[in-house]
Design a protein around this ligand. Structure first.
Ligand SMILES: [Zn+2]
Length: 284
C-alpha cells in the first residue's frame, strides 16, 4: 500500500505521520480497451489484443484506431461486450432514483467515509413553471423529520447508492461508497497521553476553537503558479517565497504546548475584534 510520509503540525509541535488511502477504487467490472480489427473474415473473430490508453496493440505490433471493449475471462483473454449489448441490460435504476429507505441525517453524516465526494443538486426541471407537488412533498417530508432518503441510481455506467438530503429548493444528492470500498484502519496501538500534557493540550484546543471556522483557505500552489505565470509574462523574475521557519523538533512536549498556547493567545490579543457571525457564505 502506497504511503506518503509527512509531518503533522500543531502549533510548535511537528510529528511524523504516514498517509495511506482509506478507500478502494470502485471497480466492480473493469472493461478493457481492445483491438477490434477482424482477423478472421470467416468467423468474424477480432484481434482482441489489449491496447491500453496508447492505442497500440502489442499482439499485432501496430498502432490502431479500431477499438472494441471487453471483459477478461482468463488471464489475457477477453470476451467482447458491445454498447448495444449493454443497452439491453435490464437495470431498474436506469434513468431513475429509486428510494429504498430513510434514515436519520446523523446516521449518514456521522460517517464521512461513506461520501464519495461527488454531490449534485436535484431540482425540478427548469422548464417546469409549476414544480410538481409530489416533489415538494417528499422534500418537506424529509426536512420535517430531519431524515435523508437512501436510494439507488445508475450514473456513469454503474449503479450507485445515494443519499438525498433536503435543501432549500430541492435536494442535494450525495453519491455514497459501498461499504466494501472502505478500508480498515491499521491497528497501531497509541501510547496513553500524560494527564498534565493532555490538560495543556485541551487548553490549546480551546484556544484554537471556532464555532464558525474559516474553511475557505486559499490554495498556495494555485496562487504560486498564477504568480509565476504573471511574472513570466511580465518578464520579471519571481521572488522566491520566504520559507517558513522550521518548527523546532520536540524537545519537551510540555514546553512546546505552553509555547503554542502563548503564541495563539498573543495572536488573538493582536487581532481586531472578531467580526459578527454571518449566516452562510457570501464573502465580505
Ligand atoms: Zn491486435
Amino acid at each position: 500500500m502506497a504511503v506518503i510520509n509527512l509531518k503533522l503540525q500543531f502549533g510548535m509541535i511537528m510529528v511524523d505521520a504516514a498517509l495511506m488511502k482509506a478507500t478502494n477504487d470502485p471497480n466492480p467490472v473493469e472493461f478493457k480497451r481492445l483491438h477490434g480489427t477482424v482477423t478472421n473474415e470467416k468467423t468474424g473473430d477480432k484481434c482482441m489484443g489489449e491496447t491500453g490508453v496508447k492505442s497500440y496493440c502489442k499482439k499485432c505490433n501496430v498502432e490502431t484506431n479500431d477499438f472494441t471493449k471487453g471483459l477478461e475471462f482468463k488471464k489475457g483473454q477477453y470476451i467482447e461486450i458491445t454498447e448495444e449489448e449493454l443497452k439491453t441490460l435490464k437495470v431498474p435504476t436506469n434513468g431513475v432514483i429509486a428510494i429504498q429507505e430513510t434514515t436519520d441525517e446523523d446516521f449518514i453524516f456521522s460517517q464521512p467515509m461513506l461520501f464519495s465526494g461527488r454531490s449534485y443538486f436535484l431540482q425540478p426541471p427548469a422548464k417546469e413553471k409549476f414544480p410538481p407537488e409530489s416533489f415538494a412533498l417528499l422534500r418537506e417530508g424529509l426536512a420535517d423529520k430531519g431524515r435523508v432518503a437512501i436510494g439507488r441510481t445508475s450514473l456513469y455506467g454503474r449503479e450507485h447508492t445515494v443519499a438525498l438530503q433536503a435543501s432549500e429548493h430541492g435536494f442535494i444528492m450525495h453519491l455514497l461508497r459501498y461499504p466494501n470500498e472502505i478500508r480498515q484502519e491499521q491497528q497501531t496501538p497509541l501510547p496513553t497521553p500524560n494527564p498534565k500534557q493532555l490538560a495543556i493540550c485541551n487548553m490549546v484546543m480551546d484556544a484554537m476553537y471556532s464555532d464558525n471556522p474559516k474553511l475557505d483557505y486559499s490554495d498556495s500552489w494555485a496562487d504560486g503558479v498564477i504568480n509565476l505565470k504573471n511574472d513570466k509574462l511580465a518578464g520579471v523574475a519571481t521572488m522566491p517565497a520566504a520559507t517558513p521557519a522550521p518548527a523546532t523538533p520536540v524537545s519537551n512536549l510540555e514546553d512546546d504546548l505552553r509555547r503554542t498556547l502563548e503564541a495563539i493567545q498573543a495572536n488573538k490579543a493582536k487581532a481586531p475584534e472578531a467580526k459578527p457571525k454571518k449566516k452562510k457564505g457570501k464573502a465580505a
